[in-house]
Design a protein around this ligand. Structure first.
Ligand code: ATP
Length: 206
């Protein structure tokens, strides 16, 4: 089968930068974060179910999920988070599989599933042939996210604290991409990664 590569890493580590570079090299990319966002966008597949479960107040005027309202609801309520995820996770997974099948029919050499919380959630791990981790120092993550999202430092640190630790992620990784240099350095690392994955594919018994 087409090898399935899991790509993970903490917030701001550079997952999107790496998957964009792999896409240029011909990889088939399925971004589960993007899919999760799309199913809660206006008229997305999760909207009707969310409305039924949580009520019309949680749907914005444009037909999208009211993210602010949902975020404050689930923030301190694990059971509300669970019911939301019981709706969104299966739909995300279904769409991920649909896109993966379409890409493998197109004949991509391998598939990359971008899963931000792959290590935290566990449910993707059994599908994956190789787990690639994008890693950088926590301070670099903080700086990048503050710059990109205009969030205060405390907010970014709070998000980092809720994710798996750097050590925990490193324990699970088959291949680590160091993304602490320039984007040019990253390009070189990603070319090397691409070759490693192609070699991995060749080494698989058919
Ligand atoms: P998130 O989980 O928050 O979506 P991510 O892991 O996908 O983040 P990216 O979006 O790729 O991370 O990178 C975060 C920000 O840092 C982006 O603005 C990106 O352009 C920038 N960035 C990533 N890698 C580098 C690098 N090596 N040098 C400079 N900027 C970088």
């Amino acid at each position: 089968h087409t090898p399935l590569i899991g790509l993970t890493g903490g917030i701001g580590s550079g997952k999107t930068a790496v998957s964009d570079l792999l896409a240029e090299l011909g990889a088939g990319i399925v971004d589960t974060d993007l899919i999760a966002h799309q199913i809660t966008a206006p008229h997305g597949a999760a909207i009707a179910l969310i409305e039924k479960q949580f009520g019309p107040d949680f749907i914005a005027a444009d037909g999208a999920l009211n993210r602010d309202k949902m975020r404050s609801l689930v923030f301190n309520k694990p059971e509300a988070r669970k019911s939301l995820e019981a709706i969104t996770h299966p739909l995300t997974r279904q769409e991920t599989v649909r896109q993966a099948l379409a890409l493998s029919k197109e004949g991509v050499p391998y598939l990359v599933f971008v899963v931000p919380l792959l290590i935290e959630s566990g449910s993707w791990i059994e599908l994956i042939d190789l787990l690639v981790l994008v890693d950088c120092p926590e301070e670099t993550q903080v700086q990048r996210v503050m710059q990109r999202s205009n969030l205060p430092r405390e907010e970014v640190e709070r998000i980092l604290a809720a994710q798996a630790s750097r050590e925990e992620r490193l324990k699970h990784a088959d291949i680590v991409i160091e993304n602490q240099g320039s984007l040019k350095d990253l390009e070189v690392e990603v070319q090397d990664l691409h070759q490693k994955i192609l070699q991995f594919q060749k080494d698989q018994p058919s």
